[in-house]
Design a protein around this ligand. Structure first.
Ligand SMILES: [Zn+2]
Length: 255
């Protein structure tokens, strides 16, 4: 991870993060790793917005954030980085402003468009880790294919109604998204049922996977898919394996 020069933690930052220093295996060394890191999040709505907020609170140094469009009234049941008075204005402007209110030390590269095959290579290149919180499979595939190509780890998270899925994809070690979904699921739609409390719960779990991976502690959710259903609060873990004939990642040797 290549942080800017003189990227050491200030005395105020040491104070802000002191409560998390006591987590076993983290400490000031882990904090410096977060500050030196760059995380790309696409998108920053009900799910990715909570990931971004938790990572800003935890002290990640730089984020590349991709989210197109203007705030709609129908965003506001879940998109916690947006507000009612902002309806009709840029989502990304609101995202940037809310995150910098919380953490003015955060460096943000604001991308006012969604991830595509055209912009993914240059945007993902700069990131140490990627968070896929996009609603459309074309965006998910663009991030997956580029992440595999660049050898970058990606936190894969998705919600539908009261259900949520989470895993960490690592090229050469775990399945990629196309191993799991060679084709978009037939039931997938742009608009889906969701409570903010469901997407927010998953956003917090996804943020913790980023913090563990970058901070070098704990056991990231690699090779395992966590699936939970808040209808009856059931949690299940599934082992997931690479697809030997995956069109995206089968050429990469297991590492
Ligand atoms: Zn694959």
């Amino acid at each position: 991870m290549a942080g800017p020069k003189n990227n050491s933690l200030s005395s105020l930052e040491h104070e802000i993060y002191s409560w998390q220093y006591d987590v076993p295996g983290f400490g000031a060394v882990g904090q410096q790793k977060l500050k030196d890191a760059t995380v790309l999040i696409s998108r920053c709505g009900g799910l990715g917005g909570v990931v971004a907020y938790e990572l800003a609170a935890a002290g990640v140094g730089k984020m590349i954030l991709a989210h197109a469009g203007d705030i709609k009234a129908s965003d506001l049941n879940r998109q916690l980085l947006m507000t009612r008075k902002g309806i009709g204005t840029s989502r990304m402007d609101s995202i940037e402003s809310r995150l910098l209110d919380l953490n003015p030390d955060l460096e943000i590269k604001a991308v006012h468009e969604n991830i595509s095959m055209e912009n993914a290579p240059s945007l993902l290149e700069e990131a140490d880790m990627i968070v896929d919180a996009a609603p459309l499979f074309e965006e998910r595939y663009a991030m997956n294919d580029t992440a595999v190509c660049l050898g970058k780890p990606m936190v894969e998270c998705a919600v539908f109604s009261l259900e949520a899925h989470l895993t960490v994809l690592v090229p050469g070690k775990t399945p990629c998204l196309r191993c799991l979904y060679p084709e978009p699921p037939p039931t997938w739609t742009r608009r889906f049922p969701v409570f903010g409390a469901v997407s927010g719960s998953l956003g917090s779990l996804a943020a913790m996977e980023v913090i563990k991976w970058l901070g070098g502690f704990g056991k990231p959710l690699c090779g395992t898919l966590l699936a939970y259903d808040l209808q009856d609060v059931s949690f299940r873990r599934y082992r997931i394996q690479r697809n030997a004939s995956c069109e995206c990642c089968s050429h990469i040797k297991q590492s």
